[in-house]
Design a protein. Structure first.
Length: 290
């Protein structure tokens, strides 16, 4: 069953592309027609592509891996933040920090620095600082929180990237391509789909369009997370049952009789040595002279 339908995407305005003079020829296969100088996207293909992307995202979430959502456009920031947070996934809605993927250890150091500032503030280490020094540290903490707070729980490279407007986020796409990380992207008629692994041809500027597509994808991610929980519960139940059966299969050891101590054991009398009879005098004495 399709996760979206033609009418739903049409109502959300997913079919509106960019001006004809701004188009990318690589998107020709996803364009239905042109009206009033604006390209119209074929929503039948969009429905199919959304289903393909949603199924792939579901499998990634089911395996317990992370998906990084990226959208720095003003009209899509709140949508990305809400949808990604609802499925407990990291996201970037401010400026993309260059080298976030290709130089991931440096980004992790900045995140740890933010955690260290919080720790030192709580234990009173910064209590003796001057107002100016404390203000500088507070501003630094706020800047780190703004740019990296949403990826604080991302301890390793994400397994996939979901990008809204691949043209604007081309740096993120290049980094993902360099590392072999699959990219899911909402691609408009002015963008190049060749570097995107899962292309979703649709309007990437309209708020309703982005929200409709994200809702379908996040629903699939939620399904994957729920299936993962069920599988873990089944595995635990199976392990517990196997342990119980193994315990029942063990042979019961016979109860051993307690050994008697030396004090309790009866003392046996030593065996008497046989007494040899003395030779008769008649046999020992030599016979009289005969």
């Amino acid at each position: 069953m399709a996760r979206t339908n033609f009418d739903q995407l049409l109502q959300a305005g997913c079919h509106f592309g960019h001006l004809k003079r701004k188009w990318n020829p690589a998107m020709a296969q996803y364009i239905y027609t042109e009206r009033n100088g604006i390209h119209i996207i074929d929503l039948h293909k969009t429905v199919v592509k959304i289903d393909e992307a949603a199924d792939a995202l579901k499998q990634i979430a089911k395996s317990g891996k992370k998906i990084l959502f990226v959208a720095t456009k003003k009209q899509t920031k709140e949508i990305i933040a809400d949808k990604a947070a609802s499925v407990n996934m990291p996201y970037v809605i401010e400026r993309w920090p260059g080298g976030m993927l290709t130089n991931f250890p440096t980004i992790r150091k900045a995140v740890k620095k933010m955690a260290n500032i919080d720790k030192l503030m709580q234990d009173g280490t910064y209590a003796n600082l001057s107002k100016r020094e404390l203000l500088q540290i507070t501003r630094q903490r706020a800047k780190l929180e703004k740019n990296l707070g949403s990826i604080a729980d991302l301890t390793r490279l994400p397994s996939a990237l979901f990008v809204v407007d691949v043209l604007k986020e081309q740096i993120a796409v290049r980094e993902a391509n360099r590392l072999g990380i699959p990219v899911f992207g909402i691609v408009d008629t002015n963008s190049d789909p060749n570097n995107i692994d899962f292309v979703i041809p649709a309007n990437d500027d309209a708020k309703d369009s982005v929200e409709t597509i994200l809702a379908a994808c996040c629903e699939a991610i939620t399904e994957g997370l729920e299936e993962r929980k069920v599988e873990k519960a089944d595995e635990k139940a199976a392990d517990a049952q196997a342990e119980a059966e193994a315990e029942e299969a063990k042979p019961k050891r016979a109860a051993r009789k307690p050994r008697k101590t030396a004090a309790e054991a009866p003392v046996e009398a030593p065996a008497e040595a046989p007494v040899e009879e003395a030779p008769k005098a008649e046999e020992e004495a030599a016979p009289a002279a005969e």
